[in-house]
Write a new protein. Sequence first.
Length: 360
Amino acid sequence: MDQGIRSSALRSGSFIWLSLYVFLWGFPALAQSQQTPQETGASAGVQLFVPRTPGSMSGTIVDPSGAFVAGAHVELKTEDRSTNQEVLSGDDGQFSFGNIPPGPFQLTIAAEGFAAQTLSGNLHEGEIYNPPRIALALATEKTEVQVVVPQVEVAEEQIKAEEKQRVLGFVPNFYVSYVPNAAPLNSKQKFELAWRTMVDPVTIVLTGAVAGVQQANDVFSGYGQGAQGYGKRYGADYADSVTNIFIGSAILPSLLKQDPRYFYKGSGSARSRIFYAIANSVICKGDNGRWQANYSNILGSLAAGGISNLYYPPQDRKGAGLTFENAAIEIGASAAANLFQEFVIRKLTPNVRNHDPAKP
């Protein structure tokens, strides 16, 4: 009898282990087999849906003398014809539209006694578009005028957006454009962007931190120690930044008609993006929109290295050889920085505009 009980117990134990095995290995497969194609398709559909943030628009209508035009009929149409809004300008000549889907649009203005005008453009996601004052011509004959916003005004708006780009919310990231077809900068705008970078509080603080590390490690020992040594190191580091930025990003780009910004690619294979980022250390986009050799960065690095020989300690001045060596290091550093811009920095920079892929 004891033998029968032991045999029964063994069979029960085997059954329990077998049941546990089936539960652990069979249940996930059974659950997966029960998922219907419709559920999978619905999930994929949700992932493919990307909401687009609508924008808004407001403007002012005046006559040839600059007086406000009230009661002008303003009609807004989008290219896909999903929006057709109409309003009348107020006593102050103003009109506004809201909830506009991003994309190409056409604005038509008509008022009694004046020639009709049309204005067209492209509205970005979440953009608040404010066209320049629209001056209506007196109706001598039926004409339609195409209003084109000057490139300098477009570039100014894009610079304002770039000056809000800060890594982790505080480190300046002004020299990156997430708009691949951004308007070219004129000389004044290139100098303004360089100045804005140099006087930024974060630039000043980071320069002080670099000088502190150099003093702690007795780099450029000819400067000595103490407050005087720290002041000399800080001045030299800040001078390096000034010469690099103003020569390589303002003076030479103005003379050579080149754009000093890095144009984020953000699409394609990882290999193509790596090649694009590294290549942008020696090529750049010209003011004519074409890619060309980045003489501004190359010559700017050489010039900054040569100027630094004027204020570094005598024992650290090693002539033209060191200048060319530093220029090569600077170009390599630009390539490394571009790689970080392409794969890391954008994720750490809030409030970045959506963009279309850049094409080198």
